[in-house]
Write a protein that binds this ligand. Structure first.
Ligand code: IPM
Ligand code: MG
Length: 363
């Protein structure tokens, strides 16, 4: 198979972790007889520096022409970087929001898994972490508060800011269908998270999710208010299988879920449209403080590449090989600084990529 992949190395540690993901992908391609055609585009701060905007139309078209997009991370230090002196629509994050919207990437899948080898890194009490957990946050990504009309005005000398939270039932239905479809391949439980005790958009959300659930009689559906969900994630994370939720709640809860794994450097994500096309990126940010020092953890990006093989290319065997290599390297005691623990061998970013590629060759 010939895989056409657009890469967005981005900012901070982005270029380093993308280089390691490419190394792993090339090894997989070699072993299983595929070819890969990469095209790089700029986004975020790198694009601002080159073109004055966080994403150009040409970059969007290049991404659209590929089968899938693999992204590192974008953005810089929000207090010191000159990018954050620009108007909000020209800052790095605007590029990410724009590409999600332009490519209609409405479904964001964020798995949060407690690896048994990394259980010690889980910040929860041992009686909670002992149960382990394996959840997937299905976050709506192109609607709601992040895409509603917004403005800042001054009325009678008082500044006032307005953000608008809008969902129509079709936007809710299509993400709910994705959530239930994926639950069917997992443990068949959906927790739909909303704030239906206050918000109209949440009441509509709840009613559409209930309609969709009728087509999935095998899936157990429960509703949970977002504030309670934030609490349950630290109290009893093992209860969750698929968490289905709107854009802002998903943004916040997915950071919380990744933190309780204790290893945000390990968590992958996929943003999909209604075809096989997707944008794959680690859940963590650009970590400008450690950029260029060969100490970043490339595993989240490598696992995002595995999700790409699985969801965009239907290459399950190849995706399994990558995931197995990650487990193997952890079992063999190799750790980047962020997940280091006593008795393990510390590796840099490049060496971690080499070890993963080696394990794939040896399998
Ligand atoms: C994320 C990030 C983005 C978001 C930012 C950078 C716009 O926090 O992917 O979770 O809020 O979606
Ligand atoms: Mg976020």
């Amino acid at each position: 198979m010939n895989l056409k992949i657009t890469c967005i190395p981005g900012d901070g540690i982005g270029p380093e972790i993308i280089a390691e993901a490419k190394k792993v992908l090339d090894t997989v391609a070699d072993k299983y007889g595929h070819t890969i055609q990469y095209t790089d585009i700029l986004m975020g701060g790198a694009s601002i520096d080159a073109y004055g905007v966080p994403l150009t139309d040409e970059a969007i078209e290049t991404a659209r022409a590929a089968d899938a997009v693999l992204m590192g991370s974008i953005g810089g230090d929000t207090t010191t970087s000159p990018w954050y002196k620009l108007p909000p629509n020209l800052r790095p994050e605007a590029g990410l929001l724009a590409i999600r919207k332009a490519l209609n990437l409405f479904a964001n899948l964020r798995p949060a898994v407690l690896y048994s080898e990394l259980r010690g890194a889980c910040p929860l009490k041992e009686e909670i972490s002992a149960a382990g957990f394996d959840m997937l946050i299905m976050r709506e990504l192109t609607g709601g508060l992040y895409f509603g009309e917004r403005k800042t005005v001054e009325e009678n000398g008082v500044r006032k800011a307005v953000d608008t939270l809008v969902y129509d039932e079709n936007e809710i239905r299509r993400i709910a269908v994705k959530g239930f479809d994926i639950a069917m391949k997992r443990r068949k439980k959906v927790t739909s998270v909303d704030k239906a005790n206050v918000l109209d958009s949440s009441r509509l959300w709840r009613s559409v999710v209930e309609q969709v659930a009728k087509d999935y009689p095998e899936v157990a559906l429960e509703h949970m208010l977002v504030d309670n969900c934030a609490m349950q994630l630290v109290k009893d994370p093992a209860q969750f299988d698929v968490i289905l939720t709107e854009n802002m709640f998903g943004d916040i809860l997915s950071d919380e879920a990744s933190m309780v794994t204790g290893s945000i450097g390990m968590l992958a994500s996929a943003s999909l449209n209604d075809t096989k096309f997707g944008l794959y990126e680690p859940s963590h940010g650009s970590a400008p403080d450690i950029a260029g020092r060969d100490i970043a953890n490339p595993i989240a990006t490598v696992l995002s590449a595995a999700m790409m093989l699985r969801y965009s290319f239907d290459l399950d065997r190849e995706a399994d090989a990558v995931e197995e290599a990650v487990r193997q390297v952890l079992k063999d005691g190799y750790r980047t600084g962020d997940i280091m623990s006593e008795g393990c061998t510390r590796t840099g970013c490049r060496q971690m990529g080499d070890l993963l590629a080696e394990r794939i060759k040896q399998q």
